[in-house]
Design a binder for this molecule. Structure first.
Ligand SMILES: Nc1ncnc2c1ncn2[C@@H]1O[C@H](COP(=O)(O)OP(=O)(O)O)[C@@H](O)[C@H]1O
Ligand SMILES: [Mg+2]
Length: 313
């Protein structure tokens, strides 16, 4: 990686005696779309709040463009844009009026302000509706105004915190396209989500976060490859023979089998072959199957594999 645009070292944050972030270290390359993927409560918002200087870390260090965030807070903040999960828009005002207001907070004035607002409105595809009151917008359109607000001061790094939660599919797609276009134009993007499809589609690299820690960090393809061929969850009746686990682990393409009560977790090298072999064997042994779930290799199954939990509970 060439000189990373952002480096975080061993970030921690406690709220009272509860440690929400327990030592997060990461480096983001210039021009990268970097994802923080994890379930609710994992510590994603706390992490990006620290990275954007909204929240002071309990300990740890953040460098942006070679500058220490703590020592150069204002200079670094000017290089970053944040699209928070919740952002208050004035619903009686239009999108344009809202953005003019936010732009003034960033210190923009006059012609430059008007130009930046126009550019941002065009970027998010709302220029035609720019003068309608925000109260007439869908949830997704409001989100897109939030994105525009985060872009007004032309940041080098844009942080988006779960930008598609509660958004209609059309706006969701528009948001994806916005992120992709911004990134093509050179912007570094840090994107949090609990939707693995989004991380898989948008992010060059993904940090999987759980309970305040990064438990895996790589490209989506490499994370998925590390899992092998996918997982079969096979429910069997209580009467299934004791040695079923061992017999299954000898089926071609089966990597490992673990059994907890009536549920067998079969990790595979090649999903199809392992599945057919496992079903053949259960037939031969006359084992009654009570459930069958196939987990294709994707980031969801990576998460399940690493934590034993589902991303969305
Ligand atoms: N201001 C706060 N005060 C106390 N606890 C907090 C605060 N902010 C977050 N937490 C707790 O920290 C943990 C991580 O929260 P958060 O960073 O919001 O997770 P995520 O964004 O991944 O859903 C959660 O247990 C949450 O309840
Ligand atoms: Mg959050």
């Amino acid at each position: 990686m060439s000189e990373p645009i952002l480096i975080a070292q061993d970030l921690r944050k406690s709220f009272g005696d509860r440690e929400a972030v327990k030592g997060i270290s990461l480096q983001v390359a210039r021009g990268e779309v970097f994802g923080l993927l994890g379930p609710n409560g994992a510590g994603k918002t706390t992490t990006i709040s620290m990275l954007t200087a909204l929240l002071e870390p309990s300990s740890g260090k953040i460098m942006v463009n070679g500058l220490d965030l703590k020592a150069h807070t204002n200079q670094v903040k000017a290089q970053m844009g944040l699209v928070p999960q919740e952002m208050a828009l004035y619903t009686t005002l239009s999108a344009r009026q809202n953005l003019m207001f936010f732009g003034r907070i960033y210190g923009l004035r006059g012609k430059e302000l008007r130009q930046r607002v126009d550019e941002a409105l065009r970027m998010i595809g709302l220029i035609e509706r720019a003068d309608d009151p925000v109260s007439a917008y869908s949830g997704g359109m409001k989100r897109r105004v939030n994105i525009a607000a985060g872009l007004l001061h032309k940041p080098q790094i844009l942080f988006l915190d779960e930008p598609t939660v509660g958004v209609d599919p059309q706006s969701r797609n528009a948001i994806f396209e916005n992120v992709e276009a911004l990134n093509r134009a050179g912007m570094t993007v840090i994107y949090t989500t609990h939707y693995m499809e989004e991380a898989q589609r948008l992010c060059h690299r993904v940090a999987i976060v759980d309970e305040g820690r990064i438990i895996a960090l790589d490209t989506p393809a490499a994370l998925i490859r590390s899992l092998g061929g996918g997982v079969v969850m096979l429910g069997v009746a209580d009467a299934a023979p004791e040695n079923l686990t061992e017999r299954l682990s000898q089926v071609p393409s089966v990597k490992s089998v673990t059994r907890s009560d009536g549920l067998l977790k079969i990790e595979t090298q090649r999903l199809q072959e392992a599945l057919m072999g496992a079903l053949d064997l259960t037939n031969q042994l006359d084992v009654r199957i009570t459930s069958l779930e196939i987990l294709e290799p994707n980031l969801e199954s990576v998460f399940l594999h690493l934590t034993g939990k589902k991303l969305r509970q």
